[in-house]
Design a binder for this molecule. Structure first.
Ligand code: 4AD
Ligand code: MG
Length: 434
C-alpha cells in the first residue's frame, strides 16, 4: 500500500493510499464519522461509513481519542469544502496507540492559559497555530541561507564556548570549564566572523546565542538564534544594503511559500506585501527628534527603550534604519564616524508594527591603536582578545556586518505578540523547561 503525506494528496486523487498520523479531531454523526487526521504536513478529514467498514474498525475509530496515533487507508477525493481541499474515504484503519480516556491529551479545544501551554510546549507545537509559526520559521531560515549562499557568502560556524565578551560583560552566562576555570556562552559570533571574513571575504554564521538579560519582555529570550553576515572591504552602507535586500527577499519567499500558514495565523498579509526597498534611513539625532515630538521622555545619549522603538516604528510602513549612535551606548568594536568621532557607524533596524529592533550591526574598528584604546576604555582584558587584535596587525581592512535575530524577525512576519512562540522550546528568565 502506498504511503503518502497529506501535503501530497493533490497528486493522488482517486488512488487508495495510506496516511500515517494522529487524530486531530473527530466528528460523529450516527452511521458516519469524520476523523480529522494530521500528519505534520497538513490536516485531512477522513470519512468513515459504518456500512462500508468491518465493525471493529468502525468502532475503534468511533471511540478514538484526541492525539491517538493511527494509520488510515482510504481513497483520496477532491472536496472543495474540506479544509485543505481533499478528503479520504476510509477503507481501513490501524490504531497504533490509543490515548486512554483516563489520561487524555491535556491540550483541548477550550482556551488554556499561557503558562499551561508553555509547560506543555512539547505537545503545544502540534496545534495548528504553533505549527504554522514554526513552519514559517523554517522557511525564514531556509530563505536566509539561500540568499546568503547565492550571494557569495561562505558559512563558517563560530564557537558557542568563548573566552571573551562581544556584547558587554553584564549579560554573560558563565560555564565552568575544566582547568581553564570558566568560559562563557557566546553572545554573538561576530568577533570570530571578523577572523573568517579576512580568510574568506564574505562569511556568515548562524546559530544559537545567549544573553543573561534580566528582561521579561515580549522581545527577549535568554537563548535565541542569530544569523550574522560579515564582509571584508565593506562599510556601513554595504551593511544597510545587504540587510534591506535580505529582509525583502525573505518576506517575498514567505509570501510565496507559506501563505497558507500566514492565513492560519490571520496575519494581515497586505502589511507584508507592502515591504519593499528602500527602507527609510534616520540618524540617531533625527530619531530622537521624532521621539520628542511623539512625547517620549528619552534624553539625548540614551539608548532606545522598547517603547521608543515602538513609537519610532509606528511612523513607517516598513522597517526603519537608525544609524550614528553615540559611541558610549554601543559596543567597543564600532568604527567612529569620521565626521563626528563621538558617533559610531552602527545601524539598528526596527521592524514595523511595534516589533522592535530586529537587526544590529555596522562597521568595525580596523585600526590597531584605536582598538587597543577602546578595549582599555571598556575595561576588556587585552589577553582575552589577543587573536582579535592580531586581525588588525595582519592585513587589516575596513569591514562590516550585522546580526539578525531570528525570533524577532519571525514574530514580526507572523504577527505574533511574543517571541516565545517563535522558537520550538523557548528559554526565558523564568523558563528553562520543557
Ligand atoms: O544588536 P545585537 O546585540 O548585535 C550583536 O550581537 C552584533 N554582534 C551582531 C553583529 O553585528 N554581528 O543583536 C542583534 C540582534 C538584535 O537586533 C535582535 O534582533 C536580536 O539579535 N537579539 C535578541 N533576540 C531575542 N532575545 C534577545 N535577548 C536578543 N538580543 C538581541
Ligand atoms: Mg542591538
Amino acid at each position: 500500500m502506498k504511503r503518502i503525506t497529506i501535503a501530497e494528496a493533490a497528486q493522488h486523487v482517486g488512488e487508495t493510499v495510506q496516511i500515517a498520523g494522529w487524530l486531530y479531531n473527530l466528528r460523529r454523526s450516527g452511521k458516519i464519522i469524520f476523523p480529522i487526521v494530521r500528519d505534520g504536513t497538513g490536516i485531512m478529514q477522513c470519512v468513515a461509513i459504518k456500512t462500508e467498514l468491518p465493525e471493529p474498525v468502525f468502532e475503534s475509530l468511533r471511540r478514538l481519542t484526541q492525539e491517538s496515533s493511527l494509520i488510515v487507508t482510504g481513497t483520496v477525493r477532491a472536496e472543495q469544502r474540506a479544509p485543505g481541499g481533499y478528503e479520504l474515504d476510509v477503507k481501513d484503519a490501524q490504531i497504533i496507540q490509543r490515548v486512554p480516556e483516563s489520561d487524555p491529551y491535556p491540550i483541548t479545544p477550550k482556551p488554556h492559559g499561557i503558562d499551561f501551554l508553555l509547560d506543555h510546549r512539547h505537545l503545544w507545537i502540534r496545534s495548528r497555530r504553533q505549527h504554522a509559526i514554526l513552519r514559517i520559521r523554517h522557511q525564514v531560515v531556509r530563505s536566509i541561507r539561500n540568499y546568503l549562499d547565492d550571494h557569495g557568502f561562505t558559512l563558517v560556524d563560530t564557537p558557542i564556548f568563548t573566552p571573551a565578551a562581544c556584547e558587554g560583560t553584564t549579560t554573560l552566562f558563565e560555564v565552568p570549564y575544566f582547568d581553564e576555570g570558566k568560559v562563557y556562552l557566546t553572545q554573538s559570533g561576530q568577533l570570530y566572523n571578523e577572523a573568517t571574513a579576512m580568510a574568506f571575504g564574505k562569511v556568515y554564521c548562524f546559530g544559537p546565542t545567549f544573553r543573561a538579560e534580566r528582561s521579561k519582555t515580549r522581545r527577549h529570550l535568554t537563548e535565541f538564534w542569530m544569523v550574522e553576515p560579515e564582509m571584508a572591504y565593506a562599510t556601513l552602507e554595504d551593511v544597510k544594503q545587504l540587510a534591506e535586500d535580505l529582509i525583502v527577499s525573505v518576506i517575498r519567499d514567505v509570501l510565496t511559500h507559506r501563505r497558507q500558514e500566514l492565513e492560519t495565523l490571520e496575519r494581515d498579509i497586505s502589511k507584508l506585501e507592502a515591504i519593499d526597498k528602500p527602507f527609510p534611513r534616520l540618524t540617531y539625532d533625527e530619531a530622537i527628534e521624532i521621539l520628542h515630538r511623539k512625547g517620549s521622555q528619552i534624553v539625548w545619549g540614551d539608548d532606545f527603550g522598547g517603547t521608543d522603538e515602538t513609537l519610532l516604528s509606528e511612523e513607517f510602513d516598513r522597517p526603519v534604519m537608525v544609524d550614528r549612535f553615540p559611541a558610549k551606548i554601543k559596543a567597543f568594536y564600532f568604527q567612529p564616524d569620521p565626521e563626528q568621532p563621538d558617533r559610531v557607524l552602527g545601524v539598528d533596524i526596527l521592524a514595523p508594527e511595534g516589533y522592535g529592533e530586529i537587526v544590529g550591526g555596522g562597521q568595525r574598528i580596523h585600526d590597531l591603536d584605536l582598538l587597543l584604546k577602546r578595549l582599555d576604555e571598556y575595561g576588556l582584558p587585552r589577553e582575552a582578545f589577543d587573536w582579535y587584535i592580531d586581525l588588525r596587525k595582519y592585513g587589516t581592512v575596513p569591514h562590516a556586518g550585522f546580526g539578525l535575530g531570528i525570533e524577532r524577525f519571525v514574530a514580526w512576519i507572523c504577527g505574533v505578540d511574543h517571541v516565545r512562540e517563535t522558537i520550538a522550546f523557548p528559554r526565558m528568565l523564568y523558563r528553562t523547561r520543557p
